[in-house]
Write a protein that binds this ligand. Structure first.
Ligand SMILES: Cc1cc2nc3c(=O)[nH]c(=O)nc-3n(C[C@H](O)[C@H](O)[C@H](O)COP(=O)(O)O)c2cc1C
Length: 189
């Protein structure tokens, strides 16, 4: 059981990503995790002007977001692929914070309507999470032709994904547990 921040990467009208994110949320909850569901569409954060730590009077909404990012024991970004990279909405949300992420793992989920499932975005996001101090686990989870994998109501149509996700989640939980145990002994900074 862990506290996991799941970060939605798309704010587009009729976004496919919300289906992936809600499905993943269900998977995590079914394994008894607490999910902090972070949706930039609801947050409507402005393009970064000041990082959270530079703000003298952050809004209660930002305080709440900061507390969730800080309290989370692992991160699961659910990213679309826009021009072979993650989305501006994902990057903007992540950039508000830094130390809050330290010494905790991330598990990257990507998707696209094309055949490659957003793997270019996932690779780019690995670099970002490395810099944030929340290195990504070796596996990433990608969903190709996302518009065919879920129906319009977000119900999973391609049931093979129910099996595919198991090893990815096992691996994520292993790293969450490993780093949690190590943090108990302190961190280098
Ligand atoms: C600005 C933009 C750039 C895109 N670039 C890529 C791309 O590089 N590779 C890809 O496979 N799909 C690309 N797509 C298609 C997306 O995979 C598709 O629109 C997907 O539904 C985006 O996720 P969303 O609906 O959650 O925003 C792009 C879409 C947009 C809007």
């Amino acid at each position: 059981m862990a506290r996991i921040a799941l970060i939605v990467g798309s704010v587009r009208e009729n976004r496919q990503g919300i289906k992936v994110a809600r499905w993943m949320e269900g998977k995590l909850k079914s394994r008894d995790h607490t999910v902090y569901f972070i949706d930039p569409l609801e947050l409507n954060l402005p393009l970064l002007n000041k990082m959270y730590k530079e703000m003298t009077n952050p809004t209660s909404q930002l305080v709440d977001l900061r507390n969730k990012i800080n309290d989370a024991e692992g991160y699961m970004p659910v990213t679309p692929e826009y021009n072979h990279n993650t989305s501006a909405a994902m990057k903007n949300t992540l950039d508000y914070f830094l130390e809050e992420y330290y010494f905790k793992p991330s598990a990257i989920v990507s998707y696209s309507v094309g055949f490659f499932g957003g793997i270019n975005a996932a690779q780019q996001l690995r670099l970002v999470f490395a810099e944030l101090g929340a290195p990504s686990i070796p596996s990433s989870f990608s969903i190709s032709r996302v518009n065919e994998v879920f129906d319009d109501n977000g119900k999973l149509v391609d049931e093979r994904y129910n099996n595919r996700v198991l090893r990815f989640l096992d691996e994520f939980e292993w790293y969450i547990e490993a780093l949690k145990n190590q943090r108990k002994n302190g961190t280098p900074y």
